[in-house]
Design a protein around this ligand. Structure first.
Ligand code: ZN
Length: 566
């Protein structure tokens, strides 16, 4: 660790207490606050290099004048939201960013960029360990008093049960007031920012000629100030026939690591991709046939497919703010989270296509070039990769939902397979998607040349996922498929070149076989059998490990650069 910059605190017009949580080295005189240095992790530049700066935008020519004006207003509203998110995650953030920006030390440039990327001095992809200063990230971020513990919170609620609903409310921050805990509504705590956001949203509402967007934006503007998001969440589900849309408000609670109660503000501004959705619907039109032709006995597949739990939307991202822009970029989201809205209106799953394409070109393409035989690497295309992602999503609906156990009890697959359900269900969705490809080609929904590209992209994508760890559910699910297909000779390793390739003669049949294995594991709901399958196929061999080790310098994600005026 090296001390890289010196600051004269006295010269800065922000109170010293703002920096109290950062570690400042005292001067020789010992007077805190006279001069102080901030400890920086020595490898910030290398950490930053894992995120490839990439422009994320939509071709302005694809939007008409009205849409461009609306988009500009929506971006302005989302920019205000960033100010709230700083208060929620790291209140000292804007002041520290300003100081880094003003610094003449060249080492502070990567520090600033990495600080902004993480929305604070804690590395989100390394368990929130600090890279500026040495203090740990407060579990409760900016939602609670810094000294409040989970135990104290729970004890307080037990002693004051009438205050429980307010204190646990996802849209209220907790403060200490006269020896008590007070639950302050977001609409009061962040009032100045929310009022400015509401003005922008109302301006956007006045600019759009789309009635559903007008209704959503004006209602959302009002809801930001009333702290009740139900009505506008419902209206978001009803949005239709318009190019620009926005998600804006408090949603996910992950930033609250103290109690997991408090929602963080986030925003996505995006443009609907109606062409992309048309393609997706063409796959969905074949869902029943995909089910009928699954390579298993009838008892392992429902008579009719239930359909998807949430409708899928394909969009291109224009701008993100707050929680949506902290750390690793989101490729897809499902909102809203409010159970009452989900019950009444359902939810929407939104795929951010251009974001996925950016990640694809900055990380999957170089991975393929390094681990795959050149002829196969050349077949890794975004179109194929995107088809695969969509097929994965719709194939969750295939197979069985309920199983009857040997003792006669009827239960869900998830309950029968418990902790093993996620890796198996995720792997099932992957492999069922791939096994549906020949059918979709036959039916003319997919171009013939896409088939080989999909097999190549399937293999490349496995290395991308395994790279994030083969012990968590998704990584394990991929490792199971990879090892099974290696055993069948559908994926081959060439020791001389150290590269992997697809055996085109074997892949189709092996994928069907693997699809059947997963469907039967789920349909039997037999925990011990699932465990045995994982024990057999869940271990990584030396060539695979070596291939993954050689990927260390390839970016893990992108750092988005947004166009802010259309
Ligand atoms: Zn999935």
């Amino acid at each position: 660790m090296t001390a890289k910059w010196n600051i004269v605190l006295a010269a800065i017009a922000i109170p010293f207490f703002l920096f109290a949580s950062l570690s400042c080295r005292k001067t020789e005189s010992g007077k805190a606050g006279a001069t102080a240095a901030l400890i920086q992790a020595p490898d910030i530049a290398e950490r930053l290099a894992k995120y490839a700066p990439t422009e994320i935008f939509v071709d302005p020519a694809s939007l008409n004048a009205e849409d461009r004006r609306v988009v500009n207003k929506l971006i302005e509203a989302a920019q205000v939201l960033d100010e709230i998110y700083w208060k929620q995650t790291y209140p000292q953030g804007p002041a520290l960013a300003a100081r880094l920006r003003a610094s003449a030390d060249p080492a502070d440039k990567p520090a600033l960029d990495f600080f902004l990327l993480n929305f604070g001095p804690f590395d989100r992809s390394d368990e929130n360990k600090p890279f500026l200063g040495i203090d740990k990230k407060p579990l409760g971020a900016g939602f609670y008093p810094l000294d409040l513990t989970k135990e104290e919170f729970e004890k307080y609620i037990a002693a004051n049960p009438s205050e429980r609903a307010a204190l646990e409310n996802e849209f209220r921050v907790i403060k200490r007031e006269n020896g008590r805990l007070a639950a302050v509504p977001y609409s009061i705590e962040y009032k100045p920012e929310l009022e400015r956001m509401a003005v922008r949203l109302n301006e956007a509402a006045a600019l759009t000629s789309n009635l559903s967007l007008h209704a959503y934006l004006s209602r959302r503007a009002a809801d930001l100030l009333s702290n009740d998001y139900y009505e506008s969440d419902c209206l978001w589900i009803d949005l239709k026939d318009n190019f620009p849309e926005i998600v804006i408000g408090p949603y996910e609670v992950y930033e609250d690591a103290l109690l997991g109660l408090k929602a963080s503000y986030e925003s996505y501004v995006y443009i609907n991709d109606f062409e992309g959705m048309k393609k997706l619907h063409a796959y969905l039109d074949h869902l029943d046939e995909m089910q009928r032709t699954l390579p298993v006995e009838q008892k392992y597949k429902d008579q009719s497919v239930k359909g998807l739990s949430s409708p899928l939307n394909v969009v291109n991202e224009v701008f993100t703010a707050g929680d949506a822009r902290a750390g690793i970029m989101t490729s897809a989201f499902v909102l809203p989270n409010d159970e009452r809205v989900r019950e009444k209106k359902g939810s929407k799953k939104v795929f951010l296509k251009n974001m996925m394409e950016a990640k694809f070109s900055k990380s999957l393409v170089p991975i393929a070039a390094r681990v795959m035989a050149p002829a196969d690497a050349a077949q890794v295309t975004f179109d194929a990769y995107f088809v695969e992602v969509l097929l994965h999503e719709i194939c969750h609906a295939l197979g069985l939902n309920y199983v009857t156990l040997p003792d006669g009890t009827k239960t869900t697959v998830g309950k029968a397979l418990r902790d093993l359900n996620t890796p198996i269900e995720e792997a099932k969705a992957d492999v069922l998607g791939i096994q549906s490809v020949p059918l979709l080609v036959q039916r003319g929904v997919l171009a013939k040349e896409r088939q080989d590209e999909i097999y190549a992209s399937y293999l490349a994508g496995m290395f991308r996922v395994m790279r994030f760890g083969a012990t968590e559910a998704h990584g394990l699910g991929v490792l199971l498929q990879f090892n099974f297909l290696r055993e069948k000779g559908a994926f081959v390793f060439d020791a001389a070149s150290g590269k992997f390739a697809v055996d085109r003669a074997k892949i189709e049949g092996s994928v069907r076989e693997l699809a059947a294995r997963f469907l039967i594991l789920e349909g039997d709901g037999d925990y011990a059998k699932a465990q045995a399958f994982i024990a057999r196929y869940g271990k990584m061999d030396a060539p695979t490990k070596a291939a993954l080790d050689a990927l260390k310098d390839i970016p893990v994600d992108i750092a988005p650069i947004f166009k802010t005026i259309y």
